[in-house]
Ligand binder design. Sequence first.
Ligand SMILES: *Cc1c(COP(=O)(O)O)cnc(C)c1O
Length: 395
Amino acid sequence: MSDALMPVYNRAPVVFDRGKGSWLYTAEGTEYLDCVAGIATNGLGHAHPALVAALTEQAGKIWHLSNVFRVPGQELLADKLTAASFADIVFFGNSGSEAIECAIKAARRYHSSRGAPERIDIIGFSGSFHGRTYGAINASGNPTYLEGFGPRLPGFVQLSPDDVEAIRAAIYAPTAAALIVEPVQGEGGARALSGEWLRQVRDWCTDAGILLIHDEIQSGMGRTGKLFAHQWFDGCAPDIMAVAKALGGGFPVGACLATKEAAAAMTFGAHGSTFGGNPLAMAVANTAFALIADEATLANVRTVAERLSNGLAAIAERYPDIVVDVRGKGLLIGVKMVTNNREFMAAAREQLLLVAGGGENCVRLLPPLNFSAAEADEALRRFEATCAAVRATLA
Ligand SMILES: *Cc1c(COP(=O)(O)O)cnc(C)c1O
């Protein structure tokens, strides 16, 4: 392994050469079942023929233009995203963190433009993850991401999702600008918030005149079996929403969606991006959107997720010494371990099964949205074999 990479990742000692659907292959031909999917990003699996065709066709035409020109693919995708959600307006960036930056900037500028520049507080939650830019680490609920990077930026409030009274007080504070929440926490360990919680917070934000931001970077784009996770519940749609990960089916792209009112202050010159919404990203994302928003895909997520979750719950019963809890929503599944989650991930690799890590000692299963029932059964077999192997190592 080269020493020339900044060692900010603890990389698994395996090199993949190609992928197809839910499977990854080494150059030697060893076949791994992929329940990581680029951390919920390759929503349609690897090398989906329609995405490959969209990318290669666009690659022969125009890669990059700049947003000083019209990019028809952006107009198409923005129309689709707004037609399928609460939103009226979209800004395209290249990543989740950039979508979050746009959301935070839009929220603060909204109040500033309405004569309340003192409203800067972004209310976030413990266990949340919003990305790695300077703004995003301040909004995130994991203090280790801030270590050594200087003081916390002003105007970021951190609360527990269980502290309802503190949440209410923060929302009604005269300095509040917005509340940011993942309807299903991803990196934090697949914690799904209830419809009741989301609706209560929605109502308070509306009443207090502050904006509600949903971070659906991981939970959106079909991951939970609805196009966006908050759509499981009535009456809790946000004012602003960050989307990325599966939006490009594995090609880097992110989007900040907003209502016309919430985005009203994002006028000419207020924001921008060189690469955001480039023609390559738009070609792939438009194709991915059509496939992911297809009701057949979303229905598959719901049925396969149930099969997988039920199977994992049964394994948890057989291995109470290894697994304590199975949680999450749709194909954003968290399995809370008794034993060390990192060691479990390595043991799963021995069984040719790839799973992701997560907070609270979870491993996450985030397979592609077109995961088949047979693949789910195979994942369960390999997961149980991993439990047996881990049990064998316990004294
Ligand atoms: C991955 C993720 C981000 C950050 O996205 P990047 O593309 O890595 O910048 C933000 N929020 C959530 C919920 C995520 O899962």
